[in-house]
Design a protein around this ligand. Structure first.
Ligand SMILES: [Zn+2]
Length: 313
Protein backbone atom coordinates (compact mmCIF):
# COMPACT_ATOMS: atom_id res chain seq x y z
CA UNK A 1 0.00 0.00 0.00
CA UNK A 2 1.37 3.39 -0.94
CA UNK A 3 -0.34 6.44 0.47
CA UNK A 4 0.73 10.01 0.63
CA UNK A 5 0.14 12.67 3.23
CA UNK A 6 -1.24 14.84 0.48
CA UNK A 7 -4.08 12.34 0.17
CA UNK A 8 -5.25 13.20 3.66
CA UNK A 9 -7.16 16.41 4.06
CA UNK A 10 -6.19 18.24 7.21
CA UNK A 11 -2.68 16.84 7.32
CA UNK A 12 -0.91 20.15 6.84
CA UNK A 13 2.69 19.16 6.44
CA UNK A 14 5.17 21.41 4.64
CA UNK A 15 5.06 21.02 0.86
CA UNK A 16 8.70 19.91 0.60
CA UNK A 17 8.06 16.96 2.92
CA UNK A 18 6.64 13.76 1.49
CA UNK A 19 5.99 10.45 3.22
CA UNK A 20 5.82 7.17 1.32
CA UNK A 21 3.84 4.87 3.57
CA UNK A 22 5.03 1.34 2.90
CA UNK A 23 3.83 -2.10 3.88
CA UNK A 24 5.21 -3.81 6.97
CA UNK A 25 8.37 -5.27 5.47
CA UNK A 26 9.69 -1.81 4.61
CA UNK A 27 9.74 1.24 6.84
CA UNK A 28 8.27 4.47 5.45
CA UNK A 29 10.44 6.86 3.46
CA UNK A 30 10.38 10.53 4.38
CA UNK A 31 11.61 12.69 1.52
CA UNK A 32 12.71 16.20 2.48
CA UNK A 33 13.03 18.03 -0.80
CA UNK A 34 15.35 20.96 -1.42
CA UNK A 35 16.79 22.35 -4.63
CA UNK A 36 20.08 22.53 -2.73
CA UNK A 37 19.98 18.75 -2.16
CA UNK A 38 17.23 16.52 -0.80
CA UNK A 39 17.33 14.02 2.05
CA UNK A 40 15.65 10.63 2.33
CA UNK A 41 15.04 9.27 5.81
CA UNK A 42 14.97 5.44 5.98
CA UNK A 43 15.24 3.26 2.91
CA UNK A 44 13.00 0.19 3.40
CA UNK A 45 13.81 -3.49 3.18
CA UNK A 46 16.32 -4.88 0.67
CA UNK A 47 13.78 -7.01 -1.14
CA UNK A 48 11.71 -3.91 -1.89
CA UNK A 49 14.64 -1.77 -3.06
CA UNK A 50 13.37 -1.53 -6.69
CA UNK A 51 10.07 -0.04 -5.46
CA UNK A 52 11.92 2.24 -3.02
CA UNK A 53 14.10 3.54 -5.86
CA UNK A 54 11.05 4.16 -8.05
CA UNK A 55 9.17 5.98 -5.27
CA UNK A 56 12.11 8.14 -4.27
CA UNK A 57 12.69 9.18 -7.89
CA UNK A 58 9.00 9.91 -8.52
CA UNK A 59 7.15 13.23 -8.62
CA UNK A 60 6.13 13.37 -4.97
CA UNK A 61 9.63 12.14 -4.09
CA UNK A 62 12.80 13.85 -5.27
CA UNK A 63 10.97 15.27 -8.28
CA UNK A 64 14.22 16.01 -10.08
CA UNK A 65 16.06 17.47 -7.08
CA UNK A 66 19.47 15.94 -6.32
CA UNK A 67 19.63 13.41 -3.47
CA UNK A 68 22.19 14.83 -1.05
CA UNK A 69 21.95 12.33 1.78
CA UNK A 70 20.39 9.13 3.09
CA UNK A 71 19.57 9.25 6.80
CA UNK A 72 18.52 6.40 9.09
CA UNK A 73 16.51 6.68 12.29
CA UNK A 74 18.12 3.37 13.28
CA UNK A 75 19.84 0.52 11.51
CA UNK A 76 17.37 -2.35 11.40
CA UNK A 77 16.89 -4.11 8.07
CA UNK A 78 13.52 -2.52 7.27
CA UNK A 79 14.99 0.98 7.69
CA UNK A 80 18.45 0.60 6.12
CA UNK A 81 17.86 -2.27 3.70
CA UNK A 82 17.64 0.10 0.73
CA UNK A 83 20.73 2.15 1.67
CA UNK A 84 23.14 0.24 -0.58
CA UNK A 85 20.81 0.43 -3.61
CA UNK A 86 20.09 4.15 -3.12
CA UNK A 87 23.79 4.88 -2.71
CA UNK A 88 24.57 2.95 -5.89
CA UNK A 89 21.92 4.90 -7.78
CA UNK A 90 22.75 8.39 -6.47
CA UNK A 91 26.30 8.13 -5.08
CA UNK A 92 25.20 10.13 -2.05
CA UNK A 93 26.56 9.86 1.50
CA UNK A 94 24.81 7.87 4.24
CA UNK A 95 24.31 9.26 7.74
CA UNK A 96 23.44 6.96 10.65
CA UNK A 97 23.04 7.54 14.40
CA UNK A 98 26.47 7.62 16.08
CA UNK A 99 25.68 4.54 18.17
CA UNK A 100 24.88 2.50 15.05
CA UNK A 101 28.07 3.37 13.17
CA UNK A 102 30.35 0.76 14.79
CA UNK A 103 27.72 -1.94 14.30
CA UNK A 104 27.35 -1.08 10.61
CA UNK A 105 31.10 -0.76 10.09
CA UNK A 106 31.73 -4.23 11.56
CA UNK A 107 28.45 -5.49 10.05
CA UNK A 108 27.47 -6.96 13.41
CA UNK A 109 24.76 -9.41 12.29
CA UNK A 110 23.59 -9.99 15.83
CA UNK A 111 23.33 -6.40 17.01
CA UNK A 112 21.77 -5.32 13.69
CA UNK A 113 19.24 -8.18 14.00
CA UNK A 114 20.24 -9.61 10.62
CA UNK A 115 21.01 -13.35 10.49
CA UNK A 116 20.24 -13.37 14.24
CA UNK A 117 16.59 -12.68 13.32
CA UNK A 118 16.62 -14.17 9.79
CA UNK A 119 16.68 -10.75 8.13
CA UNK A 120 18.88 -9.51 5.31
CA UNK A 121 20.54 -6.30 4.15
CA UNK A 122 23.51 -5.34 1.99
CA UNK A 123 26.44 -3.71 3.79
CA UNK A 124 27.00 0.01 3.13
CA UNK A 125 29.58 2.57 4.19
CA UNK A 126 28.91 5.09 6.97
CA UNK A 127 29.84 8.53 5.67
CA UNK A 128 28.52 10.63 8.54
CA UNK A 129 27.34 10.06 12.09
CA UNK A 130 24.34 11.85 13.55
CA UNK A 131 24.59 12.89 17.18
CA UNK A 132 21.89 13.48 19.76
CA UNK A 133 20.86 17.09 20.40
CA UNK A 134 22.47 18.31 17.18
CA UNK A 135 20.35 20.26 14.69
CA UNK A 136 20.40 19.37 11.00
CA UNK A 137 19.02 21.32 8.02
CA UNK A 138 17.17 18.91 5.75
CA UNK A 139 14.60 19.96 3.17
CA UNK A 140 15.08 23.62 4.17
CA UNK A 141 13.78 22.75 7.66
CA UNK A 142 15.61 22.40 10.96
CA UNK A 143 15.56 18.98 12.61
CA UNK A 144 16.83 18.31 16.11
CA UNK A 145 18.12 14.78 16.62
CA UNK A 146 16.94 13.32 19.91
CA UNK A 147 18.11 10.09 21.48
CA UNK A 148 15.26 7.55 21.46
CA UNK A 149 16.62 4.31 22.93
CA UNK A 150 14.29 1.35 23.53
CA UNK A 151 13.38 -0.68 20.43
CA UNK A 152 16.89 0.13 19.26
CA UNK A 153 19.27 1.47 21.89
CA UNK A 154 21.08 3.75 19.41
CA UNK A 155 17.97 5.10 17.64
CA UNK A 156 17.34 8.78 17.02
CA UNK A 157 14.10 10.62 16.32
CA UNK A 158 14.01 13.96 14.49
CA UNK A 159 11.92 16.93 15.63
CA UNK A 160 11.02 20.06 13.71
CA UNK A 161 9.86 22.70 16.17
CA UNK A 162 8.38 25.06 13.55
CA UNK A 163 5.71 22.58 12.40
CA UNK A 164 5.76 20.34 15.48
CA UNK A 165 6.70 17.33 13.35
CA UNK A 166 8.26 14.27 14.96
CA UNK A 167 9.85 11.68 12.69
CA UNK A 168 9.62 8.89 15.21
CA UNK A 169 11.04 5.79 13.50
CA UNK A 170 10.03 2.79 15.60
CA UNK A 171 10.03 4.68 18.92
CA UNK A 172 6.34 5.60 18.59
CA UNK A 173 3.65 4.36 16.24
CA UNK A 174 -0.06 5.12 16.26
CA UNK A 175 -0.49 1.86 18.11
CA UNK A 176 2.62 0.82 19.98
CA UNK A 177 6.27 0.76 18.92
CA UNK A 178 8.91 -1.62 17.62
CA UNK A 179 9.50 -4.73 19.73
CA UNK A 180 11.75 -4.25 22.74
CA UNK A 181 14.26 -6.72 24.13
CA UNK A 182 12.93 -8.19 27.40
CA UNK A 183 14.84 -7.43 30.63
CA UNK A 184 16.40 -10.91 30.59
CA UNK A 185 18.16 -10.03 27.31
CA UNK A 186 18.83 -6.30 27.88
CA UNK A 187 17.90 -4.88 31.30
CA UNK A 188 18.19 -1.32 29.96
CA UNK A 189 15.83 -1.59 27.00
CA UNK A 190 12.43 -1.39 28.72
CA UNK A 191 13.33 1.45 31.13
CA UNK A 192 14.80 3.30 28.12
CA UNK A 193 11.55 2.75 26.21
CA UNK A 194 9.57 4.42 29.00
CA UNK A 195 12.07 7.29 29.26
CA UNK A 196 11.88 7.85 25.49
CA UNK A 197 8.07 8.03 25.61
CA UNK A 198 8.36 10.54 28.48
CA UNK A 199 10.81 12.59 26.41
CA UNK A 200 8.38 12.62 23.45
CA UNK A 201 5.51 13.57 25.77
CA UNK A 202 7.40 16.74 26.70
CA UNK A 203 7.77 17.85 23.06
CA UNK A 204 5.18 20.13 21.43
CA UNK A 205 4.30 17.49 18.81
CA UNK A 206 1.57 18.27 16.29
CA UNK A 207 2.33 15.53 13.75
CA UNK A 208 3.99 12.17 14.14
CA UNK A 209 5.52 10.56 11.08
CA UNK A 210 6.11 7.00 12.27
CA UNK A 211 8.43 4.44 10.71
CA UNK A 212 5.37 2.30 9.96
CA UNK A 213 1.80 3.37 9.25
CA UNK A 214 0.24 6.67 8.24
CA UNK A 215 1.32 9.99 9.73
CA UNK A 216 -1.02 10.97 12.55
CA UNK A 217 -1.91 14.04 14.56
CA UNK A 218 -3.03 12.74 17.92
CA UNK A 219 0.31 12.13 19.62
CA UNK A 220 -1.24 12.16 23.10
CA UNK A 221 -3.54 9.23 22.40
CA UNK A 222 -0.67 7.28 20.81
CA UNK A 223 1.52 8.00 23.82
CA UNK A 224 -1.21 6.82 26.16
CA UNK A 225 -1.44 3.51 24.27
CA UNK A 226 2.34 3.21 24.25
CA UNK A 227 2.58 3.82 28.00
CA UNK A 228 -0.14 1.21 28.61
CA UNK A 229 1.78 -1.30 26.51
CA UNK A 230 4.96 -0.47 28.42
CA UNK A 231 3.24 -1.06 31.75
CA UNK A 232 1.94 -4.42 30.50
CA UNK A 233 5.45 -5.41 29.44
CA UNK A 234 6.89 -4.28 32.77
CA UNK A 235 4.35 -6.51 34.52
CA UNK A 236 5.08 -9.54 32.35
CA UNK A 237 8.53 -9.95 30.77
CA UNK A 238 7.56 -13.36 29.42
CA UNK A 239 4.76 -11.78 27.41
CA UNK A 240 7.35 -9.37 26.07
CA UNK A 241 9.60 -12.19 24.96
CA UNK A 242 6.71 -13.93 23.22
CA UNK A 243 5.66 -10.70 21.56
CA UNK A 244 9.19 -10.09 20.24
CA UNK A 245 9.45 -13.59 18.73
CA UNK A 246 6.04 -13.30 17.11
CA UNK A 247 6.96 -9.96 15.54
CA UNK A 248 10.20 -11.41 14.21
CA UNK A 249 8.43 -14.50 12.85
CA UNK A 250 5.78 -12.48 11.03
CA UNK A 251 8.51 -10.32 9.51
CA UNK A 252 10.39 -13.40 8.27
CA UNK A 253 7.18 -14.80 6.87
CA UNK A 254 6.43 -11.60 4.95
CA UNK A 255 9.97 -11.74 3.60
CA UNK A 256 9.94 -15.43 2.65
CA UNK A 257 6.24 -15.44 1.75
CA UNK A 258 5.80 -18.93 3.22
CA UNK A 259 7.57 -21.41 5.47
CA UNK A 260 7.01 -25.19 5.39
CA UNK A 261 5.26 -26.10 8.67
CA UNK A 262 7.27 -29.32 8.94
CA UNK A 263 10.52 -27.35 9.10
CA UNK A 264 9.35 -24.87 11.76
CA UNK A 265 11.02 -26.76 14.67
CA UNK A 266 14.35 -26.73 12.76
CA UNK A 267 13.79 -23.08 11.91
CA UNK A 268 13.31 -21.94 15.52
CA UNK A 269 16.22 -24.15 16.62
CA UNK A 270 18.46 -22.65 13.94
CA UNK A 271 17.80 -18.90 14.11
CA UNK A 272 19.65 -17.15 16.96
CA UNK A 273 16.89 -15.04 18.46
CA UNK A 274 14.47 -17.98 18.89
CA UNK A 275 17.20 -20.22 20.26
CA UNK A 276 18.43 -17.65 22.79
CA UNK A 277 14.97 -16.56 23.89
CA UNK A 278 13.93 -20.19 24.25
CA UNK A 279 16.98 -20.98 26.40
CA UNK A 280 16.35 -17.97 28.58
CA UNK A 281 12.56 -17.73 28.84
CA UNK A 282 10.63 -20.75 27.62
CA UNK A 283 12.80 -23.88 27.82
CA UNK A 284 10.56 -25.72 25.38
CA UNK A 285 11.44 -28.27 22.74
CA UNK A 286 11.83 -26.60 19.32
CA UNK A 287 8.61 -28.36 18.27
CA UNK A 288 6.68 -26.93 21.22
CA UNK A 289 8.09 -23.44 20.75
CA UNK A 290 7.21 -23.46 17.05
CA UNK A 291 3.72 -24.71 17.87
CA UNK A 292 3.26 -22.03 20.56
CA UNK A 293 4.26 -19.19 18.21
CA UNK A 294 2.24 -20.48 15.26
CA UNK A 295 -0.86 -21.03 17.42
CA UNK A 296 -0.60 -17.57 18.97
CA UNK A 297 -0.21 -15.91 15.57
CA UNK A 298 -2.99 -17.98 14.06
CA UNK A 299 -5.33 -16.97 16.89
CA UNK A 300 -4.38 -13.31 16.36
CA UNK A 301 -5.23 -13.67 12.66
CA UNK A 302 -1.67 -12.85 11.55
CA UNK A 303 -0.87 -16.19 9.88
CA UNK A 304 -2.67 -19.21 8.54
CA UNK A 305 -1.80 -22.78 7.64
CA UNK A 306 -2.11 -23.50 3.96
CA UNK A 307 -1.40 -26.94 2.49
CA UNK A 308 1.59 -27.69 4.73
CA UNK A 309 2.88 -24.12 4.73
CA UNK A 310 2.68 -21.24 7.15
CA UNK A 311 1.66 -18.10 5.25
CA UNK A 312 0.86 -14.52 6.25
CA UNK A 313 -2.88 -14.04 6.70
ZN1 LIG B 1 10.91 -0.73 11.61
Amino acid sequence: MIRQCGDHPGVALPAQLHVFVRDWLSANQVVLRSTAGSVVIDSGYRKHAPLTLALVASRPGLDGTPLAKIVNTHCHSDHMGGNAALRRAYGCPIAVPAGEAPLVETWDQRALLLDYADQAADPFPVDEVLVRDATYAWGDLEWRALAAPGHDMAALVFFNEEYGILISGDALWRDGYGFVMPPGMDPEALPATRATLEMIARLPVRWVIPGHGEPFADADAALERAFRRTSAFEADPLRMARHALKVVLVFALLDRERLPLATMPDYVAGVGIYREFNDRFFRLSPTSLAELLVNDLEKAGAVRRDDGYLVPA
